[in-house]
Structures are given as C-alpha cells and as structure tokens.
Design a protein around this ligand. Structure first.
Ligand code: OTU
Length: 649
C-alpha cells in the first residue's frame, strides 16, 4: 500500500543511506517499497511513543540492507524462484525429520555421513535442533543460547555446518534451524552486561528492583515448568534485581517493548537466512509480549512482533519461511499464521499440536469421538500456510484440546485428562504405555506426558514380556500414527529414532544436569548398530522402517495430499473410526479417502456413509499403501485393527 507518511519517512531514511557495495539492488528496493507501509505501521504501533522512534526505524532499515548486501547470489536466485513458485512448501513432496545432531550423529561433521540414512527413508527436510553456543550445563537442550552466531563446540564448527548445508542443498534437502527468539541464556553477552549494571542491557530484559511488579505479573501467569522452575522471576544476585524467567531460571526473557531487542533479533534471523537455512523455527512465539494482568501468552503484540519480523525477512530474504512453535489452545495456534489475511503474514508453518494430542487421545481411548470433534473444530487455515504434523517431538505431550471439545465428546474434562495421564504413565490397569508425567502442577492438577513414541505405544512393555500380539499391536499403532501425519495435510515431521522404534532411555538420570527434566527420556543417542537392524528382515526395526519408508514414498505420489485446504471430514457412525477425504482437481490420485481404525478389533462401516457424499461409486477400491484391491462385502467396508487405509476409487 502507498501512504504519504511512511513514504516520505522512507525517503528521508534512504537519502541518508549509503548503499553497500554489490549489484542487484533493484529487488531490495522493490521489496522494501512493497513492505514498508506495513513495517512502518507496525513499528509505529509498537514503538511510536519513543523519542528515538525515527532513529530506530532507520537502524532497522539499515540492518535489512546490510544483510541483503551479504546475501549470496545463489540464495538471491532461490528467493526469486520461490517468489514465483510461492506455494512450494505446501506440496506433498516434503517430509521432515527433527533431530539433535549430537544424538543423531555425534556432531555436524558426522551428520553429513548420515544423510544417506535420512534419504533412504525418503525424508528431505531436516530440522536440526538448536546448535548455537550455550553453557556447558544450564542449557535446556540448546534452548538457552549464549551466542546466537556461533555453533556450540559440542556440535562442531560453523565450517562443519556450512559444509553440511552445501551437501544438503546439492541433494535438494531443506534445512530448518531454530532461532530462540523469546529468551537468552543468563550467560549471553547481553545478560553479562546487564549483570554488571549496564542499563542499556538491563533494558533488554525485564529486571525489577523488588517484588512489586514481579508479584503483579505472576498473579496471572501460568507456570511453564512448575516442578523444575516454579514461578516466572529469578533473583539475580549480582544486581539484586528480579529478572523475568518464564522457562528455566537461567533463561532470561527478552523485552520486545524495547526496539533495540527487536532489531538485534531481525539481524540474527537474517544472519541465519544468509547461511542458507530454508526454514526458521521460531521458538516459544506465544510468549513474546508480557503484560501485567494477562497470562503473558498469545498477546496481540506478540502477533504484531511476528508480522513485523515476517515483513522484514521478506525484504531481505523472501525465500526463507518461518515455523511458529506455539503449543497453545487450538483457537490460538491458528492465529500464528496471521489473522484476517489470505497469505500467511506471520509464520507460514505452525506445529499442529492439537492434532498431535488428539491422536494420542484416540490411541488411549481406542475411540475417535474427541479426535473427530477436535478436527472438526480446527479453524480453516489461510491459503498460503501449512501445518507441521507430528506424533512425537523433543518436548512433552500437552493435552491441549479444549474442555468444550472434551465435554462434547461425552467426557468430563478433569477426569478425562487424568485418565490420559494415568494411561500413558502405565498406571491405568489395561495400559501397556510407559511414559512419565511431566510438568505436574500441584496447584492446578495439570500434567503433561514424556516418553518415546514406541514406549508410549506399548512396545517397551510388550518386548519385555515377549507378548507377540502386544508387540504386533504396538507396531501397528506406530504405523497408524505415521500414516495419519502423512495424509492429514501439511508437512509430516518424524522424530529421529521413531522410524526404528527407539524406546525410552533413562541414562539421563545419571546426569545431574538432566535428571530433573524427564523430557530427556525421549531424546536418544542413536546406536547405529541397532539402526543397522533396519536391513535385517523380521526385526522390529526393519518392519517399522520399511513400512514408514513405504508410507513416505506413496505419500509423495498422491497429489491430493498437497495441503491446499482440501480436506473434508467424514463422520462415521462407528466410534472407533476416523475418516476424511482429500481431493485436488488434477494429478495422480486426485481423490483419496483415509479411513483409520483405532480399535484392536476390525471395525466395519456401511459404504452408504461414503456413497451419500458421492464417494466409492465403483465396485472395487484400491488401497494405495498396499496396492491391494478391496471388494467391499455386502455393502460394508471393514478396516482391520489399528490400520488406516488410503482408498482411491
Ligand atoms: C520450547 O517449548 C522448546 O521446544 C522447549 O524444548 C524449550 O524448553 C522451551 O521452548 C524453552 O525454550 O515454549 O510454545 O511444555 O512445550 O516450553 C511452547 C514445554 C514452548 C514446551 C514449551 C515450548
């Protein structure tokens, strides 16, 4: 949009601006012109009351230009290509994996040698968990960053990373890295200066001389880690001041009401964009704005900060997209794409935490009532935006569906949540699951769940007792869950180790720095001798790996699995079944019906339920995963236990 005030301001800024060396500034100016109205309005809204507003805005534009000057020609070319093919990330060809480089391969240099494993599975998008420099001990698995521009020595060097990026680019693989935007380690240079009493850097954080304001904040703030880090403020002995620490006491929350913090973060985001990272995962975005009297999550300004970040990134590195890590209520998550928009204006991708939690509900209850209800309630996402669908990740499972949905599914919210925690921690009599309660809040009764996929699905218990039918059911559950993240719509994100059924590992209990955080039980160090069993016919590893590999290969061929708001839920009378229809205009397999059975017995449904929607008119159905032809018997379709079919007619 053209608007006089912002335009004349931009002219003022550019008059004083010394264009850095290098050709091809045309694209920069076009993008700056196109985005500046939005950048100015947002910056004005957030920081307009400050006397130095104009100077700060000038600094921001300067950062955008300096980083553009640094952007390598092949990345600029990629920007242009992605601008043309702007739906590139919504295609079904992408399949992701999240991993810790140390747990997966030891370090970044060895990661290169492990790329063939990732490719063998068919994965072409890799999220390497935080790898920036962080303190030796208090680091929250890399989420307490000491230096945003340095690779942690335990992972290797920047050179190792650059070589890995080059190797991935050659193989047409996308790289995702984290930017921990909400907080820093208390050993970050800014925090060290703040500790020495430097006011400029104390203003980067929320620091208060006494408990007055912290008490007011805490009155309305839920605790993120109630067991290991209760409260949201920590007394810093050097200054005698209380610092806001929403997560662990050594993770200091950045104060985004200070424009200097925002500008620093834009510079960091663009630094990583210029390293050739394709997708940036923005950690804990729901927490970016704090306001007394609010929960300090999902505040409107947190969204404005993200919009501003997106607009800035679009000027300098438009080929780079963002993932929102906002593990919040279903109606709140969707807002991180941006509200009242057609294209994503905050983050193009968001973790589908709702779907993840609903899948775990269906596994425990063997029923799909809440799953169906929850998916029905998922608001329609924007056109140019997609989900990250996952079963497990490095964090706990939060039972983040709404009370309303639980009630509508016929359960009582408190007892149903308690049942789920009991089920996954193996306390429920019929449960084979071996998980752990995480983040138990004695005041509210809330709890989340830790544990590896295979252990939560019952494989650990079944293997210990060598109960063949239980082993079978656990493996089928693992495949069923992967089947659904492949077909639901969005980018499936497999967690490293899960494709070979890696179990819980309690070695973290020996490590004083990890023993209080049971999320480490599901952050394995892979044993490559065990991984090699994927090539030994008949092993658990081989059976799981080959099936997941097959799911990936077939997913890529099904054009209806691209994520184009092309899913219609099919409600069935059978409470164990979950079904939806995926469709596109053209392409191979343009109409596919997914029907999943969460029960441990076969389940049937009248074909009429599909026919009344104009589906399954022919006499024979093809199951695309197995290639099997299915001739429904006497007008009923029967789905075997713990199985999902991809049916095409
Ligand atoms: C994120 O987590 C990371 O994924 C965690 O590994 C970090 O500990 C945390 O940030 C702090 O950096 O902020 O928006 O229940 O789901 O802390 C959600 C715990 C987050 C996580 C939550 C999450």
């Amino acid at each position: 949009m053209y608007e006089q005030i912002s335009h004349s301001l931009l002219n003022d800024i550019l008059t004083q601006f010394k264009q850095p060396k290098g050709e091809d500034w045309q694209h920069f100016y076009t993008r700056l012109g196109a985005n500046f109205y939005a950048i100015h309005s947002l910056f004005q809204h957030l920081y307009g009351q400050r006397a130095d507003f104009k100077e700060q805005l000038g600094k921001l534009v300067n950062v955008l230009a300096q980083q553009y000057a640094q952007r390598a020609p092949h990345l600029r070319a990629k920007d242009l290509e992605r601008e043309k093919n702007h739906d590139w990330f919504m295609q079904q060809k992408w399949v992701g994996m999240a991993l810790y480089c140390q747990g997966f391969a030891g370090n970044l240099a060895n990661m290169r040698d492990r790329l063939p494993y990732i490719q063998e599975l068919g994965v072409n998008l890799v999220h390497i968990m935080p790898l920036c420099d962080c303190p030796e001990l208090q680091n929250d698995g890399g989420y307490a960053v000491r230096d945003f521009r340095k690779v942690d020595a335990r992972n290797g060097t920047m050179e190792d990373l650059e070589q890995l990026i080059a190797a991935m680019q050659q193989s047409d693989m996308l790289l995702t890295l984290d930017v921990v935007v909400n907080h820093t380690s208390d050993e970050h240079e800014w925090a060290l200066k703040a500790k020495q009493g430097d006011q400029q850097y104390q203003d980067y954080y929320y620091m208060y001389p006494d408990r007055t304001l912290p008490d007011m904040f805490e009155a309305a703030m839920p605790e993120v880690f109630p067991e290991q880090a209760p409260g949201s403020f920590t007394l810093n002995p050097d200054t005698g001041k209380w610092v806001m620490t929403v997560f662990n006491h050594y993770q200091w929350d950045l104060n985004y009401s200070n424009p200097a913090v925002f500008i620093e973060m834009v510079d960091i985001v663009l630094f990583w964009a210029n390293k050739g990272v394709d997708i940036l995962r923005l950690d804990a975005v729901a927490f970016l704005w704090k306001k007394i009297g609010s929960s300090c999550q999902n505040e409107r300004e947190a969204h404005l900060i993200l919009q501003l970040l997106k607009d800035c990134c679009q000027v300098t590195a438009p080929g780079v997209i963002f993932i929102a890590e906002a593990i919040v209520a279903p109606t709140e998550i969707i807002k991180y794409f941006g509200e009242d928009a057609i294209n994503a204006k905050e983050c193009e991708i968001a973790y589908n935490a709702t779907f993840m939690a609903l899948l775990w509900d269906a596994v425990a209850t063997k029923q799909t009532v809440l799953l169906t209800k929850g998916v029905e309630d998922l608001p329609e996402k924007l056109d140019r935006a997609t989900w990250l669908n996952y079963v497990r990740c490095h964090d706990d499972i939060g039972l983040g569906f709404s009370d309303k949905a639980i009630i509508e599914a016929g359960f009582d919210p408190v007892s149903h949540r308690r049942f789920l925690v009991d089920y996954y921690t193996g306390r429920y009599p019929e449960s084979n699951a071996r998980g752990f309660a995480f983040g138990v809040n004695k005041k509210t009764g809330d709890a989340r769940i830790s544990g590896a996929l295979a252990s939560l699905a019952g494989l650990e218990t079944a293997l210990a007792t060598q109960d063949q039918s239980a082993i079978e059911n656990a493996m089928m559950t693992i495949i069923l869950l992967h089947n659904l993240i492949m077909s639901f719509g969005g980018i499936p994100l497999i967690y490293y180790g899960d494709a070979v059924g890696t179990l819980n590992n309690d070695s973290y209990l020996q490590d004083e720095n990890k023993m209080h955080d049971n999320r480490w039980v599901h952050r394995p160090t892979l044993d490559w001798e065990v991984m090699a069993l994927r090539n030994e016919p008949g092993t658990v590893q081989q059976r799981l790996f080959s099936q997941i590999k097959q799911l990936i290969a077939i997913r890529k061929e099904i054009s209806a699995f691209a994520d184009l708001n092309n899913r219609e839920l099919i409600t069935l009378e059978n409470p164990h079944l979950f079904a939806f229809h995926r469709f596109v205009q053209t392409g191979m397999h343009s109409k596919v019906v997914v029907v999943a059975n969460f029960d441990t017995s076969p389940q049937s449904v009248p074909l009429q339920s599909f026919r009344q929607k104009g589906l399954f008119k022919g006499a024979v159905l093809t199951e695309l995963y197995s290639g099997q032809q299915i001739i429904p018997e006497s007008d009923f379709l029967t789905i075997p236990k713990l199985t999902a079919y991809w049916l095409s007619t």
